[in-house]
Design a protein. Structure first.
Lengths: 251, 271
């Protein structure tokens, strides 16, 4: 199996508060990984280590390593900007930019200035198709993205990420504010995307994790409690705490 | 309640007063002859203030050209780069800049800017250039604080989204943050212009107060405000009314600028 991201003994503290307590996790290429756990379990922090958004926070200390294709992105001198072109992120709340639908998707590719107009149009259409939004917006690409519904905005954010053709897609509770139909569309999109991308999905919704992921990691207060194939973890969890979380006894 | 209405009352009184004193001359001489007249010789019956209107616009524009880029750069630095500590230090410093009396700016202009221009660029030194530089500095606090507020009100999510798509900090600023704050920034420019048009003391000190349309950046000039301040002390009769007419024109220009600024800010809230 082809390891895309190798997290090794990762520890992270905000000031004196340790939020990741020695995480070991291998992320294999072209699979969907679910990170679940109650709030403050460190799953979103882990995401922000992988896309290096963590460097915008103050007072962070880290140890251990995160290897992307064997290259250490914590200790090595990797360029954060080009890293984020390889690792796309979709946030919990939809964050469209205040411009047209087309411009939102074209934003990333335009930063490189290398694509022609025709290529750009093709890329925008392709990205919107992949995120199951094309049919709803194809006639109004020049309208403001702010006019879309929450579910559409979130799929637009996914399309925007896809337009950069990232190797890894991080989704930080992408469906937390969405209705079931929008959620289903996003899950449907993810299932098709894993052929070309490695996907990490953070979610508080255990049902979503069960439906949409191949592997699942259960976090609790900064520790990785259990990791395994999603089928196995959800049918026969090895740790009692995982079982109780899945059954909804806490969280 | 009472004090709120009293300010409204004062506004109304000022309006009534200026219009009451200034408007009759417009009827008597003709608005065209005042606004587009080239000759200002109020004791001989010539009340043309066109050169002053042009001069006022020129120095206002000049002030914007000098002040706006600097102010916008400063506001951008403050909101996007400065640490919390730096912000806490710089913001009060800026407010202090706004609190310096205009005569001090004028004084510094006369002592430093005017001789520099005279020595290195020629002309009398008292000029559009000198006035623009001094006014440009004076409008900094206005532009900085309003555009800073509008930059700070750009949602953090815009910045995060942009950075997550592989934009550099600088690309994020000029492609996302500045356009999002655009209307507030434009409004700050307009309010800065309003401040520049209305400034009197510093302008009198560095403008040279010549009564003609300045043909080069190094020519002296007289603005609408200077005209009123310089002559009101000894003016009588129609001459005095003509100064009020100058005031009417000035009032209209400033009202217009404020109106435009408000319009922009409102559009931002709406959209």
């Amino acid at each position: 199996m082809d390891v895309k991201v190798a997290i090794q003994q990762l520890r992270l503290s905000f000031g004196k508060k340790e939020v990741l307590k020695g995480i070991d996790l291998d992320i294999v290429k072209n699979r969907i990984y679910g990170l679940m756990g109650p709030s403050a379990s460190g799953k979103s922090t882990l995401i922000s280590v992988i896309n290096k958004m963590i460097s915008f926070e103050d007072g962070v200390t880290m140890s251990g390593s995160v290897l992307l294709d064997g290259e250490d992105i914590i200790n090595g001198d990797i360029d954060e900007v080009s890293l984020r072109k390889r690792i796309g992120t979709v946030f919990a709340t939809p964050t469209p930019l205040p411009r047209s639908i087309f411009e939102n998707v074209a934003f990333g590719p335009r930063l490189n200035n290398s694509t022609s107009r025709a290529e750009l149009h093709a890329l925008v259409e392709q990205s919107l198709r992949k995120s199951f939004l094309w049919d709803e917006v194809k006639d109004r690409l020049q309208e403001s993205a702010m006019k879309l519904s929450g579910g559409q905005q979130q799929r637009l954010c996914l399309a925007r990420t896809l337009a950069l053709n990232p190797e890894i897609i991080l989704l930080d509770e992408p469906c937390s504010g969405l209705d079931p139909i929008s959620t289903a569309k996003i899950e449907e999109a993810l299932a098709e995307l894993k052929d070309q991308h490695t996907i990490i999905l953070v979610s508080n919704n255990t049902k979503q994790i069960a439906r949409a992921t191949d592997f699942v990691a259960f976090f609790y207060l900064g520790e990785l409690i259990e990791f395994g194939a999603t089928d196995k973890v959800f049918t026969t969890p090895a740790v009692r705490m995982t079982e109780e979380y899945i059954q909804g006894k806490f969280g | 309640m009472v004090s709120a209405f009293s300010s409204l009352l004062f506004l109304f009184i000022i309006f009534a007063f200026i219009l009451g004193e200034g408007l009759p001359l417009f009827y008597k001489v003709g608005a065209g002859k005042i606004i587009f007249g080239f000759t200002w010789a109020p004791t001989k019956g010539f009340f043309g203030i066109f050169p002053m209107i042009i001069s006022s616009y020129m120095v206002t524009l000049g002030a914007l050209i000098f002040g706006a880029p600097l102010a916008l750069g400063c506001a951008t630095y403050l909101s996007e780069y400065a640490s919390r500590k730096m912000k806490m230090f710089l913001k009060p410093a800026l407010e202090l800049l706004a609190g310096i009396p205009s005569v001090v700016y004028g004084f510094l202009g006369v002592v430093y800017v005017v001789p520099l221009i005279r020595e290195y660029l020629g002309g009398p030194g008292f000029s559009i250039l000198a006035t623009s530089v001094v006014l440009g500095i004076m409008i900094l606090p206005t532009i900085i604080s309003i555009s800073f507020d509008s930059l700070m009100s750009v949602p953090q999510t815009y910045r995060e989204a942009s950075v997550a798509m592989g934009a550099t900090k600088w690309q994020t600023i000029y492609k996302v943050v500045l356009p999002a704050a655009q209307s507030g920034i434009l409004a700050s420019f307009i309010l800065g212009m309003g401040r520049a048009v209305g400034e009197t003391m510093a302008v009198i000190m560095v403008a040279g107060n010549a009564l003609r349309i300045p043909m080069s950046l190094l020519d002296p000039l007289r603005t609408l405000t200077s005209n009123i301040a310089l002559e009101l002390a000894y003016a009588a009769g129609d001459h005095r009314s003509a100064l009020f007419s100058t005031g009417v024109v000035l009032l209209i220009i400033i009202m217009l600028l404020n109106f435009i600024a408000n319009f922009w800010v409102k559009r931002k809230v709406a959209g």
